[in-house]
Design a protein around this ligand. Structure first.
Ligand code: ADP
Length: 426
């Protein structure tokens, strides 16, 4: 449009249309032809902004201060958009031969099409924004559900567990962090359930173990009460039976207290440096009267002098139980050998007997609380079934290990690391 305006301005200048009234007809015709050709209105201004000619013929003689016209007269040719009137203006100056601005040509074209296109785009954009917003809201909702749902699941399980239902598991199928969390959580609940089960079993075992001597005492005392004139010897015998049942209960309670202390009070371990040789010699010396009673040969041997940082009392208890068992479960005239050896990492204490032995299926169970093998369950050995559990706890406190082998008697092998990390003990 600006090019057209320039061409028209050049023609006006060349034809001297502005100042020569004789050329008026040609001027009018030319404007009409150009206006038809371009499909727009052409208005010609003089330098005072008066309308000199108009292809529409409606505004000739009027004065309009149109910014584009003023601009072209004072500065340079320009164009402008009028959104309200939906038109485009293009203004070019008319120059004389001396290049002075003597007027201006304003080409006015309808911008309906452009504005319709813009409006359509705006409309579509508006719909697009609304749809995008809705989609975004839906997406955010679903993503938050994806995160919140597993959290809710976990929360529900935790709530149930805190109510005491420990058999809860989280079921998460995805393979993300929630899955890992659920896996760790399930492992933890399994452990909790196990602890709960063990505790239940332990309580029932304790009750059972205490019930047996209690029933015996009850039967003995009732029979004494209900029978008149019982000979004194029978009285004495019954009372001595009651007395040994009470001793048995006392042993069980004492062993239980020791176990509880070992289990709960990891910090109560009293670490000092002491000689393992001396400790074992003392144990053998102390238990030898029991061995002599059964004509059992009890002997200690070692391949060197060894010292260890540990709790002497607890280790003494642990090994005493092993030696005591060796004597208990070996027939008259048997052997119980205690041996101390070492390599460059560990000390090894072996307690070997040639007694009744333990069959393979039972070897893994003898360290359980109250477990007694089939061979010894009925025998009156006075055992509580807690000795080996105590031994294992004490050895574990020293970061050690206990193994059992049975082949022509029984051999317990206690492994104690030479350097016990203090953090593990304390
Ligand atoms: P207890 O007080 O019955 O001896 P322990 O916990 O010390 O309890 O031992 C558990 C069981 O392991 C014993 O009842 C016995 O059946 C078996 N046992 C332990 N040591 C020996 C051994 N040296 N020889 C044969 N059986 C053994």
């Amino acid at each position: 449009m600006l090019t057209d305006a320039n061409i028209i301005a050049t023609n006006i200048s060349k034809g001297n249309y502005l100042f020569n009234p004789a050329n008026r007809l040609r001027f009018d015709n030319e404007l009409a032809a150009k206006s038809n050709e371009g499909g727009y209105r052409i208005i010609v201004f003089n330098s005072a902004c008066n309308v000199v000619n108009d292809s529409n013929k409606t505004d000739i003689g009027k004065t309009y201060l149109i910014p584009e016209v003023i601009n072209t007269l004072t500065k340079k040719d320009n164009t402008g958009l009028r959104r309200n009137e939906r038109v485009i203006y293009a203004a070019a100056s008319i120059l004389n031969t001396a290049s002075d601005k003597i007027g201006a040509v304003l080409v006015v074209s309808s911008a309906d099409e452009i504005y319709s296109a813009i409006e359509e785009i705006e409309h579509k954009l508006f719909i697009l924004i609304i749809v995008t917003c809705i989609l975004l809201v839906v997406l955010v909702f679903f993503i938050s559900q994806l995160i919140i749902e597993p959290l809710k699941k976990i929360l529900r399980v935790i709530e149930k567990m805190s109510m005491g239902y420990l058999n809860q598991r989280i079921d998460i199928k995805s393979h993300d962090e929630f899955f890992e969390l659920a896996k760790a959580f399930n492992a933890m609940t399994e452990k909790l359930e196990q602890v709960d089960k063990t505790r239940g079993e332990f309580v029932s075992n304790v009750s059972h173990e205490l019930k047996t001597p209690l029933s015996a005492i009850k039967v003995l005392s009732e029979s004494m009460l209900t029978q008149d004139s019982i000979p004194q010897e029978i009285y004495k015998e019954f009372l001595s039976d009651i007395n040994s049942e009470i001793d048995r209960m006392t042993n069980i309670v004492n062993d239980l207290l020791t176990l509880v202390k070992l289990d709960q009070n990891h910090k109560a371990i009293n670490v000092s440096r002491f000689s393992l040789n001396k400790m074992l010699e003392n144990i053998v010396k102390r238990l030898n009267p029991l061995a002599i009673k059964k004509q059992i040969h009890l002997e200690f041997s070692c391949d060197g002098e060894y010292e260890i940082d540990g709790d002497e009392m607890k280790l003494t208890l642990a090994i005493s139980n092993l030696v005591d068992n060796g004597i208990k479960y070996t027939a008259v005239s048997g052997n119980v050998l205690v041996k101390l050896t070492a390599d460059n990492q560990n000390y090894y204490i072996t307690v070997a007997d040639n007694g009744i032995g333990i069959n393979e299926a039972e070897q893994s169970k003898i360290f359980d609380r109250f477990y007694r093998t089939d061979k010894t369950r009925d025998r009156e050995t006075g055992g509580t079934g807690l000795g080996l559990a105590i031994t294992r706890s004490a050895i574990m406190l020293h970061n050690g290990n206990i193994d059992v082998k049975s082949d022509n008697g029984t051999t317990f092998i206690v492994t104690l690391p030479q350097i016990i990390r203090r953090t593990e003990i304390l």
